[in-house]
Design a protein. Structure first.
Length: 324
């Protein structure tokens, strides 16, 4: 199975069965998210099934269980580890994730990560048709890994690792205020951590495209790094509906939502008209929408802050960090 570099061809509208499948997958992802304390897992409908998503959906989970058994472990023994990586990223567990996995649970995670198609996405997110096509590819690849003999399965595992997990062939490294910020496409955080970086930026889609998104990932991002950039919380997005309901900061609903940041002046606008600049997805994962410079500035501020105990006045002029 080779990487499919071309953008998935749209082959017409979804069938009734395919539409039902998406609805069923979304419900399964939401249920699994709640059961395992994984926030907003249903978003995998827009980005393709990742390891936790594969465990949430029944038919891919059954295939994953067979793979785990062949590795000499079980999904139950690996599930908490996979959920942890979904939430925190690889930064704490990188020693287990190097060299194809030094533990059975890490090897199981990397097997599923190698099947994940996020490296194949060439724009910001999947359309419903692209989700179905990528889902079918995931099922084919999981089935293939199960049917192959041990030697061929290990060869496929290693190939997927090098092409989809450890690949940083398109990496870009930018120095900002004495720290290095690394960017690459797809889902590159394991590869970045394996090379010794404390954080990185995953870009989805070509630079300059309105569909492009930049995900800033690291172990955690201190609120002081966000304040340093001049941003404050301006609203929260609550999952559960296609439109993502907006609520005011401080409300009960906001506690279950993703905090969105912007300049303080955004608070002068009506709630539905505020334009967000950063979205907090998890403690160490932020979305900078289609703003590459802002993603670089955020990660640069966090890495600089760690080195200098978050005393940003050491940066210099006007106590600002400029990533442009």
């Amino acid at each position: 199975m080779s990487i499919e570099n071309k953008k998935t061809k749209v082959e017409g509208p979804l069938t009734k069965e395919e539409s039902t499948r998406i609805d069923e997958d979304r419900a399964a992802l939401r249920s699994y998210s709640e059961a395992h304390n994984l926030r907003h897992l249903e978003g995998r409908i827009e980005h393709g099934l990742d390891p936790s998503g594969m465990l949430a959906v029944e038919d891919s989970r059954l295939l994953a269980e067979e793979i785990a058994e062949k590795l000499g472990t079980s999904i139950e023994e690996c599930e908490a580890f996979i959920a942890e990586l979904h939430t925190t990223g690889p930064w704490v567990r990188i020693e287990e994730l190097r060299n194809g996995g030094t533990t059975l649970r890490a090897k199981m995670y990397l097997t599923l990560a190698g099947v994940c198609g996020e490296k194949l996405i060439r724009k910001g997110q999947h359309s419903p048709r692209e989700y179905i096509d990528d889902r079918n590819r995931v099922m084919r690849e999981l089935t293939s890994l199960n049917r192959q003999d041990r030697k061929k399965a290990e060869q496929e595992f290693e190939k997927n690792l090098q092409e989809r997990v450890y690949d940083l062939s398109d990496k870009e490294i930018i120095e900002i205020n004495g720290v290095e910020v690394i960017l690459a496409s797809g889902d590159p955080f394991i590869a970045m951590a394996a090379e010794g970086f404390e954080g990185g930026i995953s870009k989805s889609g070509p630079d300059g495209s309105p569909d492009s998104m930049y995900f800033v990932g690291t172990q955690s991002i201190d609120e002081r790094s966000i304040t340093m950039l001049g941003f404050v919380p301006v609203f929260a997005e609550v999952p559960g509906s296609p439109s993502l309901k907006r609520v005011e900061i401080g409300s009960e609903e906001a506690k279950k939502g993703r905090i969105v940041y912007a300049e303080p002046s955004a608070l002068d606008e009506p709630l539905q008209e505020r334009v967000g600049k950063l979205k907090k997805i998890a403690g160490g994962l932020f979305l900078a929408y289609n703003n590459k410079d802002l993603a670089i500035q955020l990660l640069g501020a966090e890495l600089f802050g760690r080195k200098h105990n978050y005393v940003f006045s050491e940066v210099g002029t006007d106590e600002t960090i400029d990533g442009r």
